[in-house]
Design a protein around this ligand. Structure first.
Ligand SMILES: Nc1ncnc2c1ncn2[C@@H]1O[C@@H]2COP(=O)(O)O[C@H]2[C@H]1O
Length: 270
């Protein structure tokens, strides 16, 4: 007898740290953030015909302007799959919600279910602060979402890193209580992955049997392992996930490699 063909995995794309400005063409550390996002999106359209969901994991705007959010939403609308949004430290809720025409159903904190997977999107931002924190309300939302999840597997998404990245300047900005966060996740064996942005670099790891992923920004990149602020000269990109019905995950990063975005490597912060 011919064995049954396994169901194809769920293909998900993560885009993060777009840092758009009100005025298109404005540069962040030498990089035109709108142009670099357009180049990443062109790559997503070319490489990801089977993608079913996009996760946009914060710092969507650099200046928190409604104009930047409206342009971002318009650009993403050219993708055929739904986009779910979460907020980072540069984001400002009111203009983002206004740009979404008041529809918060796909904005953190929120939950969506697709096939065998549930996606929980958290808001780790704190108004007017750079480091992340999951407040009591955020943790209560997470606990409720994990308790209510009907699928066999769960991916948890947030903006800030819950584990150190090995860069002192960035590690001062990780979520305030990572132990509490992982203690909660450990109570729910369906949690397979935690995914974040903020660190403008690719990372893959594992903790308590949970896969951990960070993703390059769609604009400037931070140099991995640097104790002090430093930019990397690799291109902007995105991450893809293949989420299997048995909970296994394949993932990779794709970067724009045919354009020199020429970030200003001499700057020491912004
Ligand atoms: N030299 C620096 N040292 C510490 N933090 C910085 C430095 N430069 C920028 N930052 C902040 O660190 C943040 C990391 O990513 P963000 O894009 O959120 O925005 C950055 C700034 O808010």
């Amino acid at each position: 007898m011919i064995p049954p063909t396994p169901a194809p995995p769920l293909r998900v794309v993560q885009l993060t740290d777009c840092h758009l400005f009100a005025d298109p063409g404005t540069r962040l550390l030498g990089v035109d953030t709108q142009y670099s996002l357009e180049m990443v999106l062109a790559r997503v359209r070319r490489e990801q015909p089977d993608c079913q969901l996009v996760l946009a994991t914060g710092d969507l705007s650099q200046d928190g302007s409604e104009r930047s959010y409206r342009r971002l939403i318009d650009m993403m609308a050219a993708l055929p799959m739904p986009v779910y949004w979460l907020e980072g430290n540069h984001d400002i809720s009111a203009p983002l919600v206004a740009a979404l025409d008041g529809d918060c159903s796909r904005l953190s904190p929120c939950v969506t279910e697709l096939g065998d997977w549930t996606f929980v999107l958290l808001d780790s931002s704190v108004p007017d602060e750079v480091p992340g924190d999951l407040s009591g309300a955020d943790m209560a939302f997470l606990e409720q979402a994990l308790s209510a999840a009907r699928t066999a597997h769960v991916m948890v998404c947030l903006h800030h890193h819950p584990v150190p990245m090995g860069s002192a300047w960035l590690d001062a900005q990780q979520i305030a209580d990572p132990q509490g966060f992982f203690a909660l996740l450990r109570r729910f064996p369906a949690v397979r992955a935690v995914v974040w942005g903020h660190v403008h670099q690719a990372f893959e790891g594992e903790r308590d049997g949970i896969k951990l992923y960070s993703t390059p920004s769609t604009c400037v990149q931070f140099k991995p392992g640097s104790a002090d602020f430093a930019l990397d000269d690799c291109g902007p990109g995105y991450r893809w996930f293949d989420l299997h019905a048995d909970g296994a995950i394949d993932s990779g990063v794709s970067r724009v490699d045919d354009i020199d975005f020429a970030p200003d490597l001499t700057v020491t912060g912004y």
